[in-house]
Design a protein around this ligand. Sequence first.
Ligand SMILES: Cc1ncc(COP(=O)(O)O)c(C=O)c1O
Length: 396
Amino acid sequence: MQEPQPTGTGTSTRAVHAGENRSKLAHAITEPIVQTATYTFANSAEIADHFEGRIQREEYGRYGNPTQRVAERKLAALEGAEDALLFSSGMAAITTTLFAMLAKGAHVVVTDDAYRRTRQFLHQVLRRYGVEVSTVPAGDYERMEEAVRQTTRLIFSESPTNPYNRILDLEKVAAIGRRHRVKTIIDSTFATPINQRPIEFGIDLVIHSATKYLGGHNDLLAGVVCGSSELIAGIRDLQGITGAVVDPFAAYLLIRGLKTLALRVERQNANASQIAEFLARHPKVDRVHYPGLPTHPEHEVAKRQMKGFGGVVSFEIRGDLAAASRVVDACRIPRIAPSLGGVESLIEQPALMSFYELTTEERLQIGIRDNLIRYSVGIEDADDLIADLAQALGQA
Ligand SMILES: Cc1ncc(COP(=O)(O)O)c(C=O)c1O
């Protein structure tokens, strides 16, 4: 085992140094990309030493990779978790975690505003395997607690939620979980460990789509789950069977992206706050969903549990689907694309992206309004982004 890098206590120091080996291959300052599918054994005795736990080493690519381990240690240090496990995408992290923790007859409580694919996995896929799901409104803790049954194993939510930026009171969610011996999971993708660390509030597992802010450059797909060594070990065992592992090069890009996480997120927080304030004053904007605004229903909770309010601003145009499209199409800086969290600003209408195949009525049933725009604010200059939005809103 190599000597680990000292971590320091500040988040940015951790983002740069935590998890890394102090002395690296060929005295390089960067972690090597160990591009291998398998690992060789000198002889049969070494195989026995490995399986008996007398030596620490890798065995086969699906069970782990040294570049991946460094990224995992860095992420665990950032989240304040005992351990972290990387996956090939955020959805791989979510689906493998849920499969590992649930069995036929188990029950899950989930909040209504959440990433669409997560909802689909729970409601459509897991239901086929005999898992029952109750959906409760985000922010209604009485309904959340009432929904818990004898068979409930998990409470799953996001905070902030995608796309409406609802904020869950993490202490309340954790308390409900503890009272009923139910594990709690928060998808913290929108927040990043720079803005919020759910484990500090008693949440059991934290999940991220690392594709978003953690990678930060729109150039990799990955996911991570962080939590106690015991819970992560169970999920790791299942990943070794189901196989949604991260590629060593993606793990390298993630380590590289994480080094600037604190800087990027601080800038994105600042840019998004200015944009949210600008939009809130604009006559062509009906509603702005940003937890940093005092008008946000959970602004006080957000102030208490977050260090920054994130880089996603969702807003509703005074008008219909076409009016919102005119604004999106007229923007010259943000690119039209799904995803969020990267250095480049991205803009999209959820009704025309994630929910395209549904009718307006079907979308409304699950709360997605046609005039909604989701703006993932990048690290460009706020003045440029605001000037661009001002001219685009002129086209609504
Ligand atoms: C909140 C949230 N969780 C999970 C995911 C899934 O992540 P991935 O695209 O990396 O599978 C997304 C993707 O948009 C997301 O926004």
